[in-house]
Design a protein around this ligand. Structure first.
Ligand code: G3P
Ligand code: CA
Length: 457
């Protein structure tokens, strides 16, 4: 008997099996995080935008959270209101000395008088507010109630991905935003590791506090995501010798740092430019593999389909998604265009390598794997869905006011205005498939800023 043929045939089938397993693992496990809800289609952070993101099949809906003067938690990306509302028109004279209108200086009732506006109306996004359409800043409770309701009527879980914004700034202003957020989450039934929620924060010390102190106090366990900023950022500041300075994240993304964090976090989130440079070279291939070896997911941000937002090494949004999901190997990503990303994953053909391997392995067997679905179809649109047979657990919400001292008017510290950081879109080329480019130490490339739609994050 020719054993070599047997071995080759057996290994072919083993390879086939592994290829199929890898294929399904790759396709099925990737998640779409709706960045600031369906912000690429219907403004950021408002209830219709959340509904749209859910209807489009997003796996997770992101909420950026800040607090009001009267201790309410609202869904707003910046601690200030002027970028996305008409606050300057409605409350002139209420800005601080830096010219910004801080949510912490307004009651919820006042904030509810404001209208949201599209920050990028000239970039093909939703038209700016002006006449009859009035969208308002939602509270966190409103948004959770909407999502829980849709879970019931759609019959499927909808993930949430809340971010506690700048706890250092809130603390400086006398607010414990983390405790306020956790109490609301508990009230809406998010209490266990299995619940479909990732709780994210840029502040490593605060995330540790949440894990070590707050969650045990509230008898909760949640999946935590450590966000990683560059070292010049405003997201996290620490008081050093009487001065607020940017947090140094170098240790966080080191192998030993990740190992330390892996004791209590579920994953990391970081700007995609920290993983891939503008030429399409992998900056730190070991970061993704290190994270995965420690059981951590990697969720970079932010992916946008507008031409001026595409890095020069891809020709289309779909190329960018293909590159990050299946070559960089991330587990999910934050995108303004959640519907396009869901569509991409649902309709992605088999990965060329996997498909070729499968075809080779089954050659002569009269079968190909070309019809394998890339991702199980997600409920397409709202009205077509049957009512859920079973509702998710919903604990009746209770108001849990945060005990916070009155808010002194301290000269504003953070500057959270969007910094536009477009990328030159010249010389696009498709998928350079770079080999690992070793980089000595954390590289935080700064993208030149010349206009466009790419604000930080
Ligand atoms: O939270 C991760 C992602 O949203 C990027 O950050 O600035 O948009 O909140 P940002
Ligand atoms: Ca965020």
């Amino acid at each position: 008997m020719d054993y070599s043929i047997l071995i080759i045939k057996s290994s072919g089938w083993i390879f086939l099996l592994l290829s199929v397993m890898a294929f399904f693992a790759q396709a099925g496990d990737k998640v779409v995080i709706a960045h600031r809800a369906a912000s690429g289609y219907l403004m950021e952070h408002n209830l219709p935008s959340v509904t749209l993101a859910v209807a489009m099949g997003s796996d997770y809906i992101e909420q950026d959270l800040v607090m009001t003067k009267d201790d309410q938690v609202i869904v707003l990306h910046d601690p200030t209101l002027e970028r996305v509302t008409n606050v300057a028109d409605i409350f002139p004279g209420r800005a601080r000395r830096d010219g910004k209108f801080y949510a912490l200086d307004f009651t919820l009732a006042e904030i509810k008088q404001l209208h949201l506006k599209e920050p990028y109306p000239n970039s093909g996004r939703f038209p700016d507010y002006n006449k009859n359409l009035t969208l308002s800043v939602p509270t966190f409770k409103e948004e959770l109630e909407l999502i829980r309701g849709l879970e019931k009527t759609l019959g499927r879980d909808v993930g949430i991905y809340p971010e506690i914004k700048q706890p250092w700034f809130h603390r400086k202003e006398g607010k414990d935003i983390s405790m306020a957020v956790l109490r609301i989450l508990r009230d809406y039934g998010y209490t266990a590791k299995e619940d479909k929620i990732f709780l994210q924060c840029f502040d490593p010390d605060e995330l540790k506090r949440i894990h070590d102190e707050l969650l045990p106090t509230l008898q909760m366990e949640l999946k935590l995501i450590q966000l990683i900023d560059d070292n010049s950022g405003h997201e996290t500041k620490v008081l050093q010798w009487g001065e607020w300075v940017s947090y140094n994240y170098d240790w966080v993304s080191s192998k030993s740092g990740l190992r330390t964090l892996s004791a209590y976090i579920a994953g990391i989130g970081l700007d995609k430019s920290m993983l891939v440079d503008q030429a399409g070279n992998l900056l730190r291939p070991e970061l993704v593999s290190d994270a995965h070896s420690l059981g951590l997911v990697v969720h970079p941000y932010t992916f946008r389909r507008e031409k001026e937002s595409l890095p020069p090494y891809v020709a289309s949004f779909e190329d960018l998604l293909e590159f990050f999901y299946f070559q960089v190997g991330v587990d999910g990503l934050f995108t303004d265009h959640c519907g396009d990303a869901v569509h991409f994953l649902q309709n992605r053909p088999p990965a060329p390598a996997a498909a070729a391997a499968v075809e080779t392995a089954v050659e002569g067997e009269g079968s190909t794997m070309e019809t394998l679905p890339a991702r199980p179809a997600v409920d397409p649109v709202l009205p077509l869905l049957p009512a859920a047979p079973q509702a998710p657990a919903l604990v009746p919400p209770e108001v849990s006011p945060v005990d916070a001292p009155s808010t002194p008017l301290i000269p504003a510290e953070p500057s959270q205005a969007p910094s536009l950081d477009p990328v030159p879109a010249s010389n696009p080329r498709i998928m350079p498939i770079p080999g690992p480019v070793p980089v000595t130490e954390p590289v935080m490339p700064l993208v030149p800023s010349t206009g466009g739609i790419r604000e930080q994050g």
